[in-house]
Design a binder for this molecule. Structure first.
Ligand code: NAD
Length: 386
């Protein structure tokens, strides 16, 4: 079949296998063009490894650190003649390229929140890696079923306390609009924390510890975001921000649990990038379009792969703040960058969207997530789907 992008709101429901593979190869080549990372972890588990920051983590681990890796993700395979989700093709390509260079590269496709997938992962570690010396926790999910209670929680992206009114862009119609979002209920705040807080991260570490598959000096990092004032009502001060506060508390709890092993747990605050998860957050696509224009002009623009290379090559010590968090968002948060964001933000409208922001770049990056718009891919070629 000929596979074309089919966009529904903030998601593309098709993905191109060759485009995804080429996208992975480009990221691998970027890592190969950088210095090899010395003194790095060698047995790495990435939870949430098929797209975005988790995918970049696995690529850096495999090709920058030359580490053996296991990746856990939740993706749709090809069924009934329909293409798989992008993450499925990404993971398949990554395993192929990593294994070709002699590394262990195993993928587990299933619900990382379940105890069943945790046990399967432990068995894979015992079989293929022995122990792991680094765990990256990079899940972004709209729901989680608590394995203890069986209850399913849904996360929401809402402000807390007051109604939020602000600018956003409808990425289909390219209109800049004022939106208004009602504050979350107490139940929604709690549910978002259940999904995107640190409870599951801690459960992973507990089960890995109990199975004795964590190496001495093991380290674990979970990703977070803070961002500037224009996004605070919907992000840092909203339901997702509250969940990220919980994630940070969990880092402390996990850190203490790893003390006997001389290990570390910490948060890495990463910059805003285009991913499937971030595309779903109101305000963020417009903010990203403005931010990218400014960061590209200043030649400090980074995507997931550049950010995560910085994380690993700094030996997880890039710009620690007073709370011990790694701050990969230092360039995004620079005063001159944010001053310019603020200026543009007050002026941006449907009429000047393409002039004042890098909306074109945003859209291109969005399509690339699904394997479209990649140079060298023949999109007219008939692709065989199972
Ligand atoms: P993403 O949507 O690209 O990736 C999410 C990953 O989680 C995928 O691999 C997906 O398969 C996996 N996943 C989702 N539900 C799962 C489940 N039940 N079981 C197993 N795997 C599951 O998201 P992303 O933007 O890369 O986000 C990853 C982390 O980075 C999040 O914690 C996010 O808050 C953080 N972060 C993102 C940004 C950004 O701008 N995108 C910025 C800073 C921090």
């Amino acid at each position: 079949m000929i596979i074309r992008p089919k966009i529904r709101g903030f998601i593309c429901i098709t993905a191109h296998p060759e485009g995804c593979e080429k996208n992975i190869l480009e990221q691998i080549n970027y890592i190969k063009s950088q210095d090899e990372i010395s003194d790095s972890p060698k047995k790495i588990l990435v939870i949430g490894s098929s797209t975005g920051y988790g995918l970049a983590s696995r690529i850096v681990a495999s090709f920058g650190c030359k580490a053996d890796t296991i990746g856990v993700y939740f993706e749709r395979p090809e069924v009934d003649g329909k293409p798989a989700s992008a993450g499925f093709y990404n993971a398949r390509a990554l395993d192929k390229f990593s294994q070709a260079e002699g590394r262990v590269s195993e993928s587990i496709n299933g619900d990382a929140f379940s105890d069943e997938i945790k046990q399967i992962t432990i068995e894979q570690i015992q079989k293929n890696l022995g122990k792991v010396d680094c765990i990256i926790y990079s899940l972004a999910s709209p729901r989680r079923t608590d394995p203890l209670s069986g209850e399913t929680y849904k996360s929401v992206l809402k402000p807390i306390g007051t109604v939020f009114s602000g600018k956003t862009v409808n990425t289909d119609t390219e209109q800049v609009l004022e939106i208004s979002i009602d504050p979350a209920t107490e139940e929604e705040i709690e549910a978002t924390q259940k999904v995107m807080g640190g409870e599951d991260w801690e459960r992973w570490i507990d089960q890995l510890l109990a199975a004795n598959v964590l190496a001495k000096n093991v380290r674990t990092y979970a990703y977070s975001y803070i961002g500037p004032e224009v996004t605070w009502p919907i992000y840092a001060h909203g339901t997702i921000g509250k969940a990220k506060d919980h994630l940070e508390q969990s880092a402390k709890v996990i850190h203490n649990k790893l003390k006997n092993l001389g290990g570390e747990a910490a948060i890495s605050v990463n910059k805003a990038v285009v991913t499937q998860a971030s595309s779903a957050i109101p305000v963020v696509p417009l903010y990203n379009s403005v931010l990218f224009k400014i960061m590209k002009q200043k030649e400090i623009h980074e995507g997931c792969i550049e950010q995560i290379y910085r994380l690993f090559s700094s030996h997880f010590n890039a710009n620690r703040d007073e709370r011990g968090r790694i701050r990969l968002d230092n360039l995004e948060m620079r005063d001159d960058v944010q001053r310019e964001v603020k200026e543009i933000w007050s002026e941006i409208s449907t009429e000047n969207l393409r002039e004042l922001s890098d909306f074109e770049g945003y859209k291109n990056e969005f399509l690339r997530l699904f394997g479209f718009g990649i140079t060298g891919v023949d999109y007219e070629r008939d692709i065989k789907i199972l």
